[in-house]
Design a protein around this ligand. Structure first.
Ligand code: NIG
Ligand code: FE
Length: 382
């Protein structure tokens, strides 16, 4: 494969702690990987050149939390919320009914357009959850569709208890035949540990079954109130505890000592008009923080990592550097990936050229389409 030299980089955010930011930089990719990064006056020769004309280059965003396989529409629920109706877990059932009725082709088409939307906004790695099927076949089908788009697939049969089943019967199904049907298509298992969804004992049981089947664990924890989700995530060695909007002091302490990534989803607070998570408290305690969209039709219908970066800076007191780190390396940590999220030699050549001199513009110029080019595995895709 030919090598490509990116030159004229005003600011390169590498995500590599050894040299996290480089000014007046260059970068060489070859064979789908980053070959070299460094100062422009020392750039090696390459077969082709791309002049980014003073723009900023960052790793492709790693969106480690998204629910993209669904059908239906919940505009009315959003409208009602904007008039003061609170968000609750129950809205998920509306999407479940529509998803079950949709054909596989419809679901795959919807997923494809959301993935394309993400790519246009610089996301080169995305995690996709099931969770709107909630029958053995509908969950299996959702994961099969998700697996056509990403290796980061998550079995979320435990999203809510579907109508017509007792919680006990449903947990038995989720940990038994549904897990057997879904595990071949999934890398991860997730549980919505929340009032109105699954309690601590159920969460532990479901995650343990997934882990025994070879899946990695991640947990929806502390979205609507404090609960046992974070401590269970730490106890079971989950990769990530997601939302973390409501945390006790013990939760923060447990996260800090655990290696579990706290994945913050400010699109959900924006779209449910709720208080944002306290990112400063987590970062100051030494917790690794990731940012993700939580893209879903109920609580956060955005596919935009730049929007989440802007929210994190404006609403969550994260510095622009902390926010870009959380949206790239942080997301990679949440997926236990070292090959994406940073532009260091040997990493995948997933990168974004911004129409801006620095990544700070993602927050400074919110809502402006600043993604000029996207490269995935060394190939220009946008
Ligand atoms: O992460 N919290 C659980 N799942 C989604 C919401 C899903 C929905 O409302 O459809 C979330 O916010
Ligand atoms: Fe979610």
């Amino acid at each position: 494969m030919t090598s490509v030299l990116f030159e004229g980089i005003g600011l390169l955010y590498t995500g590599d702690p050894a040299a996290e930011e480089l000014r007046d930089a260059a970068l060489v990719v070859a064979d789908g990987e980053v070959l070299w990064t460094g100062p422009s006056d020392r750039a090696p020769d390459a077969d082709e050149r791309v002049d980014v004309e003073g723009g900023c280059v960052i790793p492709g965003f790693v969106d480690s939390h998204a629910h993209l396989v669904f059908a239906g529409d919940r505009t009315e629920e959003f409208t009602a919320r904007m008039s003061g109706v609170p968000y609750s877990a129950g809205g998920i059932r509306t999407t479940v009914a529509a998803t079950r009725q949709a054909t596989g082709g419809e679901l795959a088409g919807r997923t494809a357009s959301l993935v394309a939307e993400m790519l246009d906004q610089g996301t080169t790695t995305v995690e996709i959850k099931s969770g709107y099927g909630l029958t053995i076949e509908d969950e299996r089908r959702s994961l099969e569709i998700a697996a056509a788009f990403t290796g980061e697939t998550t079995y979320l049969g435990a999203h809510v208890v579907p109508p017509g089943l007792s919680a006990d019967d449903y947990v038995r199904e989720v940990t038994g035949p549904m897990l057997d049907a879904c595990a071949p298509y999934a890398r991860w298992i997730d549980v919505f540990c929340e009032r109105g969804a699954f309690d601590g004992d159920q969460t532990r049981e479901i995650l343990a079954a997934g882990i025994a089947a070879g899946l990695g664990a991640r947990v929806h924890a502390g979205q609507l109130g404090e609960g046992p989700g974070v401590s269970i995530a730490c106890e079971l060695g989950a990769a990530s505890a997601d939302h973390c909007t409501h945390l006790s002091a013990a939760d923060v302490e447990a996260l800090a000592g655990s290696g579990v990534v706290a994945t913050l989803l400010p699109g959900a607070e924006f779209s449910t008009r709720s208080p944002y998570p306290d990112a400063r408290r987590l970062i100051d305690a030494g917790v690794t923080v990731a940012l993700a969209t939580d893209c879903n039709p109920g609580s956060s219908f955005t596919s935009s990592m730049p929007f989440c970066v802007a929210l994190a800076v404006r609403e969550m007191a994260m510095t622009p550097l902390e926010a870009i780190r959380a949206a790239t390396v942080g997301g990679a940590r949440a997926l236990r990936r070292t090959d994406v999220g940073a532009l260091r030699p040997g990493a995948r050549a997933d990168l974004v050229v911004l129409d801006a001199p620095s990544y700070t513009h993602l927050a400074y110029r919110p809502g402006v389409p600043l993604v000029r080019q996207v490269w995935q595995g060394g190939v220009r895709v946008v």
